[in-house]
Design a protein around this ligand. Structure first.
Ligand SMILES: [Zn+2]
Length: 488
């Protein structure tokens, strides 16, 4: 009977982030606990397991580790995670292949390409001939090492990301075909290109939707097993940085031609990615002109899904004094404020200094006078398709502070804000709000679009700003668009 190893180590890095990533942020599990965490869940690993079970093949679980986006991983913590991965992979005994789920844009102190590093370990343990199929987030920074070390790469096809499960299933089918003797070639193209995340949606209205449609048509027509487009997450100041295209096919010439075609189309579309960002006063003005709610304001420069700390006061300071005809809600990461609320207790009215806790460059704390409405252990479970649905999450301790019309969900640790369930789990239903602030460039659209009256992107300072020219780039290879806009 075939035995296929399954593993996931997933994080998106933002090298401009002031918050380092630690081992505990990954909440890693090893061995059988991987199955308990992912079987039946809509994750890549859930997809791997579902195909293997259907084919009566034994999934051999190695590890499952997922961390919220942040800065480079601390060196010692990274070494510990790598030891855990190697040890668990060594302990699997004989396996017939490896299915590996990674983000594709993870960095650690001294390591710009964590995925390449991990896959190097996998090759050391498993040897050069065993098939390895890698799934990647659409925002992966696909490197030469990744393309060389695996037999096939399969990227998400959706942004907002809602196809993790399908991506996992596709990868597993490809791995089993490789086991059955299929010979696959991966064509790889790298572009001197960064595009912002705010206008990269694959849903209607955007340049990337057109590109992805072409990729999907190639797959559907049987020209390739997996066609993946990677608009790399933009906040990665490393040398080997840029958008990429990969095409996996039995036919080498067809794969190379398709990858070349899509890379050219991608490059030609580069100027169409510019998003419309509004100043906060302008966005509030537009929101007030709309009857009812919720109107969603996206503060993407402080996106917790893009490596920002989630501690900006850029939008918060305006919401505190905004003249609104209904409640508003925002999420802020601020450990001392949570400590203060716990010390005071539910019902206490007191003054806080909120925001600017980690990122002192881009925002300053603001004075908030409010009532502590709720204290919690910060545990909740995402429900929407996307990140970790059905898998309990922890944002450290949390509290809800009410200041006038504004409900502020304050947490000790960063958390994805794309699922309205985050607020609902703390007694705030976005459906009944006039305004909801999210910290996400695009992912929020999946679950918020069906309930939102309107959605606006606001322009505040932060380490995940769409204004890429504002960031202190040092290491990225030049020339690269849009930092070198005249590039032909
Ligand atoms: Zn992504």
């Amino acid at each position: 009977m075939n035995r296929i190893a399954i593993a996931s180590i997933q994080q998106e890095s933002n090298t401009f982030s002031p918050v380092a990533t630690r081992y505990a942020d990954f909440a890693p599990v090893y061995g059988e606990d991987v199955l308990a965490k992912h079987e039946g869940k809509l994750t890549e690993t859930g997809g791997f397991i579902s195909v293997l079970r259907e084919r009566k093949i034994k999934p051999v679980p190695v590890c499952a580790a997922w961390a919220i986006t942040a800065g480079r991983m601390v060196k010692a913590d990274f070494a510990r995670l790598m030891r855990g991965f190697r040890k668990s992979l060594n302990a699997t005994g004989h396996v017939d292949g490896l299915l590996m789920a990674m983000h594709g844009a993870e960095t650690a102190e001294g390591v710009d390409d964590v995925e390449g590093h991990v896959l190097g370990i996998a090759r050391e343990v498993l040897g050069p001939d065993l098939p390895i199929v890698l799934t990647l987030d659409l925002h992966a920074n696909v490197t030469r090492a990744m393309a060389k070390l695996v037999n096939a790469i399969v990227g998400y096809h959706t942004y907002p990301h809602v196809d993790m499960f399908e991506t996992g299933r596709k990868a597993a089918e490809i791995l089993l075909d490789l086991r059955a003797g299929a010979e696959l070639h991966t064509a790889y193209r790298k572009l001197p290109l960064i595009v912002n995340a705010e206008n990269s949606q694959t849903t209607a209205n955007g340049p990337f939707a057109t590109l992805m449609q072409a990729a999907q048509e190639m797959e559907a027509a049987g020209h390739a097993r997996a066609v993946s487009l990677f608009p790399v997450q933009p906040w990665l100041d490393i040398k080997e940085m840029g958008c990429a295209v990969t095409v996996v096919s039995e036919d080498r010439a067809e794969a190379e031609a398709a990858a070349g075609f899509l890379a050219r189309q991608f490059w030609e579309a580069r100027r169409d990615f510019e998003p419309e960002l509004l100043s906060v006063p302008e966005a509030l003005e537009r929101a007030r002109a709309i009857e009812g709610g919720p109107v969603v304001l996206s503060e993407s420069a402080d996106s917790t899904g893009s490596g920002s700390p989630g501690d900006s006061s850029g939008l918060l300071k305006h919401l505190l004094k905004a003249d609104l005809d209904g409640p508003a809600a925002i999420f802020v990461v601020d450990p001392p404020a949570v400590e203060q609320a716990f010390a005071a207790g539910v019902g206490a009215k007191l003054g806080f200094r909120l925001g600017g806790h980690y990122d002192r460059v881009n925002s300053k704390p603001v004075a908030v006078r409010g009532v502590v409405r709720m204290l919690s252990d910060g545990r909740w479970t995402p429900r929407a398709r996307g990140y970790n649905p059905g898998i309990p999450q922890s944002m450290g301790r949390a509290c809800v502070i009410e200041s006038g019309h504004l409900q502020i969900l304050v947490a000790e640790r960063s958390m994805m804000t794309v699922d309205p369930e985050l607020f609902r789990s703390h007694g705030i239903d976005p459906v009944y709000c006039k305004l909801v602030a999210v910290k996400s460039p695009n992912g929020f659209r999946a679950a918020y679009e069906p309930i939102a009256k309107a959605m606006f992107l606001v322009d505040t300072p932060g380490v995940s700003t769409a204004r890429l020219e504002r960031l202190p780039w040092k290491n990225v290879s030049r020339p690269i668009y849009p930092l070198d806009p005249a590039l032909p």
